[in-house]
Design a protein around this ligand. Sequence first.
Ligand code: ATP
Ligand code: MG
Length: 223
Amino acid sequence: MAIPDTPHMSNNVTTPAPHSNPAPEARKSPQRIGLLGGTFDPPHLGHLVAADQVLHALGLDKVLLVPANQPWQKVDSRQITSAERRLEMTRVAVGGTDGLEVSDIELRLGGPSYTSVTIEALSKEFPNTEWLVIVGADAAMRLDTWHNTDKLRQQATIVVVNRPGSDFQPPTGWTWELVEIPSISISGTSLRRRVAIGNSIRFLTSAAVVEHIERWGLYREDA
Ligand code: ATP
Ligand code: MG
């Protein structure tokens, strides 16, 4: 995909800190947390590389991987694996990786998952946080179809990562950044298909996820 030379660009203008003397409790600068939402059916190296690269490129405090309870834009088009199992697979995919965490917030909230509602709920668990929502170039093009976008524009910066098959288009009307990552031509769809026809998925996701899929017989044609 055609992306500019710089690995990191944005429309975010940094303004110098004001010269006032803030109250002691206001002096602490907010932590910066990335949020990578998705279906994670199953999680794979594309998700993990995106989360890790953004974590380091932007020097974030952490990145949360957030499996959707009900991915409302997908539920009519295919059978989705249960939210509990997708959460479990995301947990085993991340394991103890420094800086990456999995949140079950969307399962706890229940119902269809909307990032704007998720951020509102997460802000109670992580007060004083600046939110950065990470999306692949395919998802970036569909941002305007998301729920409550007026609010989400105020809540978060969008961090777009390149994804093979989708050209980068600046998300106009949003505060955004682009982080270039090594192109990973892997999708949940391709992994499900490979398992269904008996092809190997080793090294396309973490070994623990491969093992989980095998143990529970997920995505098999005869399942
Ligand atoms: P599916 O094929 O089932 O849609 P997926 O691989 O697209 O699965 P999702 O859970 O839909 O995975 O994606 C969650 C987020 O991760 C989206 O923002 C998507 O763009 C991003 N993403 C997924 N795979 C990659 C990848 N290989 N490179 C960059 N971003 C990715
Ligand atoms: Mg997808």
